[in-house]
Design a protein around this ligand. Structure first.
Ligand SMILES: Cc1cc2nc3c(=O)[nH]c(=O)nc-3n(C[C@H](O)[C@H](O)[C@H](O)COP(=O)(O)OP(=O)(O)OC[C@H]3O[C@@H](n4cnc5c(N)ncnc54)[C@H](O)[C@@H]3O)c2cc1C
Length: 499
C-alpha cells in the first residue's frame, strides 16, 4: 500500500502553508479537504458577478517585506498573483472624533501627535517601547536553538515577550497613555483579534500591531482565493496531491504513534506523519482513534475558551460605494470610546450600539464587482449561543432584521445606501460554524486571552507521535498571518520527525 510522508487534513491557510513547505522539501504530501474548494474560513464566494471575501478583510504582513510575503516568495507563489498594498486606509469613527489611520508607523505616530498634542511625549515613549518589543521578537524568531534551551534563556534575553504575555492590552497601554480617547484609537485593531483591551493579551496586540503598521498589509487582485488556488497549484507541481470533497473520519493511531487516516469512503491511507488543520476539538476528541486519549483531550479542551463569532452582511451595490461616501477602504464605526463596552454590546446583541467594521474591496480592486458597480462588507461580533436558539423561520427573519439595522446605521455615513442594494447575503455564527467547520462559529480559534496566550496556547505537538496541529486553534494564534506561521511551523515539526 502507498505510504505518504505527510497527510494534511484540511486545506485552510494552515494546511496549505504546511503543504507548500513540505512538498518543496521533497516530501510526498496528500492534502485532504472535505469541501469542494480550498481556503476554509478564508474562502471567497461569488454572487451575480460580485466576488465576496467570506472572512478576510485584509492580511497583515502580506505586503512587501512582511513575514507572509517572504514565505510565499520562498516558493515563487508571489509570481502567480498580484498584491495590492494598503496605505492610509482606515477611517476610525468615534462619537465626536473622526480619525484617519495610516498604515505606516511613522505617519501614524505623527498623525496621533497632531490629534493629541498633549500626549506627544507619551506617544514617543510608547513607540519606543513598540520598537524595543519588535527587536526582541525578531531576534527570538531568528533563534535556531532546541526548544528547551529557548525556554531557559527566554526570561533573560527576551523579557518583553514574557512580560507582554502576562498583561492585558489595557495594562500595557495605560503605562504610556493617559488620554482614554487616544488609548481607544491606538487599540482600535482589537477587532482583528476579537477580544477587547481588558481581556486581550498585550503580546497578541503587539504582534498584530507589528503586522499592520510595521510590515504592510495587502489584498490580492481578484480576491484572496487567487492566492490559495495558486498555493494548491504549487503543491501539485511538486508531485504532491490535493483531494477535495473527501472528509477524514479517523486518524489511525497505534501505541500513541500516528499511522495514517481513514476517509469517509472507508479508504485507509498510510502516512508517516499527519498534520491536522481541522479544528483542534474535532481532531483531538473525534478523529484520533484512541478513546482514552480522546477522553483526556475532551476534558482538557472543554476548559479552554473559544473566540467570539460574528454576523456579516455582504452587499452588492449598483454604484461604487465611494460615490456614497466610502472615502477609505475601511470604516470602523464606534458608538463609545471604550472597546470593552463595545464588546459587551456585541455579547448582548445591542445592534444599535455594537461597533461595525465596513470594508470596500472594490475600491482597491474594481475587478471584484461588475463594471461600474460596488460592494460593501459589514461585520460585527456576535455569539453562537444567541443565534442557535431560533427556529428556522425565526432565524431567517432575525437575519434580515439585523441586516436592516446595520444598513440603517451605516446610512448615516453612506447616505442612500439602502436604495443601491442589488444583492444581499447575511452570514451568522451558524453559517461560520457550518461552512467553516468552526465550533460555535469561533472566528479566531481559541480566544487569545492572557491564560491562553504565547507558550500557554495549545501546542502544535500532540500526545500522538507524528501528529501535529496547524491553524487558528493552536500556536501562535488566529488570523491569516498567524495561520501561515502555524502551517510553516507544523511542517518544520513534521520534517524534524521524518528525519
Ligand atoms: C468572519 C471572519 C472574519 C475574519 N477576518 C479576518 C481578517 O480580516 N484578517 C485575518 O487575518 N483573519 C481574519 N479572520 C480569521 C481567519 O480567517 C482565520 O483565522 C483563518 O482563515 C483560519 O485558518 P485555519 O488555518 O485555522 O483553517 P480553517 O479556515 O479553519 O480551515 C480548516 C479546513 O479544514 C477542513 N476540515 C475540517 N475537518 C475536516 C475533515 N474531517 N476532513 C477534511 N477536511 C476537514 C475544513 O473544511 C477547512 O477547509 C476572520 C475569520 C472570520 C470567520
Amino acid at each position: 500500500m502507498k505510504e505518504y510522508d505527510c497527510i494534511i487534513i484540511g486545506a485552510g491557510i494552515g494546511g496549505l502553508a504546511a503543504g507548500l513547505k513540505l512538498s518543496y522539501s521533497g516530501k510526498k504530501v496528500l492534502v485532504i479537504e472535505k469541501q469542494t474548494v480550498c481556503a476554509g474560513l478564508a474562502t471567497t464566494f461569488t454572487r451575480k458577478g460580485f466576488v465576496f471575501e467570506s472572512s478576510l478583510h485584509c492580511v497583515d504582513s502580506l505586503g512587501e517585506g512582511g513575514e507572509v510575503r517572504e514565505f510565499l516568495e520562498e516558493f515563487g507563489v508571489d509570481k502567480m498573483v498580484e498584491f495590492i498594498e494598503l496605505k492610509d486606509f482606515c477611517r476610525l469613527i468615534y462619537p465626536d472624533h473622526d480619525f484617519l489611520v495610516d498604515f505606516n508607523c511613522d505617519n501614524l505616530a505623527a498623525s496621533l501627535k497632531k490629534d493629541f498634542p498633549a500626549e506627544s511625549k507619551n506617544i514617543d515613549r510608547l513607540f519606543r517601547e513598540y520598537k524595543k518589543f519588535f527587536e526582541q521578537f525578531d531576534r527570538f524568531c531568528d533563534l535556531k536553538l532546541p526548544g528547551w534551551i529557548v525556554m531557559l534563556i527566554l526570561p533573560f534575553r527576551f523579557p518583553l515577550l514574557i512580560k507582554t504575555s502576562l498583561i492585558s492590552v489595557e495594562q500595557f497601554i495605560s503605562k504610556f497613555i493617559s488620554d482614554p480617547k487616544l488609548a481607544s484609537v491606538i487599540t482600535d485593531i482589537w477587532r482583528f483579534v476579537g477580544l477587547p483591551p481588558r481581556r486581550l493579551a498585550a503580546l497578541y496586540y503587539l504582534l498584530v500591531f507589528k503586522g499592520y503598521y510595521y510590515s504592510h498589509t495587502a489584498y490580492i487582485k481578484g480576491g484572496f482565493m487567487r492566492l490559495f488556488e495558486a498555493i494548491v497549484k504549487k503543491i501539485k507541481e511538486q508531485g504532491s496531491e490535493v483531494r477535495f470533497n473527501t472528509s477524514i473520519k479517523k486518524i489511525i493511531v497505534e501505541g500513541r504513534v500516528v499511522k495514517g487516516v481513514v476517509t469517509d469512503r472507508d479508504e485507509k491511507i498510510l502516512s508517516k506523519t499527519v498534520i491536522s488543520n481541522a479544528n483542534a476539538i474535532e481532531t483531538l476528541t473525534e478523529l484520533i482513534d484512541d478513546p482514552l486519549l480522546a477522553k483526556n483531550y475532551s476534558q482538557q479542551l472543554a476548559r479552554i475558551e473559544k473566540s467570539i463569532s460574528a454576523v456579516q452582511v455582504y452587499l452588492g451595490l449598483d454604484i461604487p460605494a465611494k460615490e456614497l461616501g466610502m472615502d477609505h477602504f475601511m470604516f470602523s464605526i464606534n458608538t463609545t470610546y471604550d472597546h470593552n463596552e463595545s464588546f459587551d454590546f456585541s455579547l448582548k446583541q445591542d445592534y444599535q450600539r455594537c461597533s461595525l467594521l465596513l470594508t470596500d474591496h472594490a475600491q482597491i480592486d474594481p475587478s471584484v464587482v461588475p463594471a461600474g458597480k460596488g460592494s460593501i462588507l459589514i461585520i460585527s461580533f456576535d455569539t453562537f449561543q444567541h443565534w442557535s436558539k431560533f427556529a428556522k423561520e425565526e432565524y431567517r427573519i432575525k437575519k434580515i432584521e439585523v441586516a436592516r439595522q446595520f444598513i440603517e446605521r451605516v446610512e448615516k455615513y453612506l447616505p442612500g445606501l439602502s436604495k443601491h442594494i442589488e444583492i444581499m447575503e447575511v452570514a451568522t455564527p451558524l453559517t461560520i460554524a457550518r461552512y467553516g467547520s468552526s465550533p460555535e462559529g469561533a472566528i479566531y480559534g481559541f480566544a487569545q486571552t492572557i491564560p491562553q496566550s504565547g507558550m500557554n496556547r495549545l501546542s502544535q505537538e500532540t500526545k500522538v507521535k507524528g501528529l501535529y496541529l496547524a491553524g487558528a486553534w493552536t500556536r501562535p494564534g488566529g488570523g491569516a498571518h498567524a495561520c501561515f506561521v502555524s502551517g510553516r511551523d507544523a511542517a518544520e515539526l513534521a520534517l524534524r520527525y521524518l528525519r
